[in-house]
Design a protein around this ligand. Structure first.
Ligand SMILES: [Zn+2]
Length: 137
C-alpha cells in the first residue's frame, strides 16, 4: 500500500493514477541533499555520529577524508556555534534567557536529528543549516 502524494488517499502499489483525485502518483523526488559513496557511509557513520558529541573532533581525527563524516561535522559545528550564541544572549536578562531557552531546545532537537541521520547513513541537511557556509571541507 502507498498513499497518493496529492490527496493522501490509500492506493495500490501498482496504480499510476490516483483513483480518488486522478493525479499521477509517481512523483520525482527532487532533493539538493548531497549523495555520498555508500562505502564511505558504511565505514564512517559511527564516527560521523560521534562528531555530534565531540564538536566534530573525533571524525576530524578518525576519518578526515570522509566526505560523509565531514558533512556531519559541519552540521555539528554549526550546532556548536548556535549553542555559543545561546550562551551569549544569556547576558541579556529575561528576554535573552527566553531566547536562549528556546534556542537550546531547538539545537537539542537538531542534534538528535543529526545523530539519527548519521547513523542511518543519511546526508540530508538539517533545517536552516543548508544555507550556511561550509566550515570543514
Ligand atoms: Zn489522489
Amino acid at each position: 500500500m502507498k498513499f497518493c502524494p496529492h490527496c493522501g488517499a490509500e492506493i495500490a502499489d501498482d496504480v499510476r493514477f490516483c483513483p480518488t483525485c486522478g493525479k499521477e502518483t509517481v512523483i520525482v523526488v527532487k532533493s539538493d541533499d548531497p549523495v555520498f559513496d555508500p562505502q564511505d557511509v558504511a565505514d564512517n557513520r559511527m564516527l560521523a555520529m560521534l562528531g555530534y558529541f565531540s564538536m566534530g573532533i573525533l571524525p576530524m581525527i578518525g576519518c578526515r577524508n570522509s566526505a560523509f563524516a565531514m558533512h556531519h561535522v559541519n552540521q555539528a559545528l554549526w550546532l556548536c556555534i548556535g549553542a555559543f550564541l545561546c550562551a551569549l544572549v544569556c547576558i541579556i536578562p529575561v528576554l535573552g534567557w527566553i531566547v536562549a531557552g528556546i534556542g537550546s531546545i531547538v539545537l537539542l532537537v537538531f542534534e538528535i536529528i543529526g545523530i539519527v541521520r548519521a547513523l542511518k547513513g543519511s546526508g540530508a541537511y538539517l533545517p536552516f543549516i543548508k544555507g550556511l557556509p561550509v566550515i570543514i571541507k
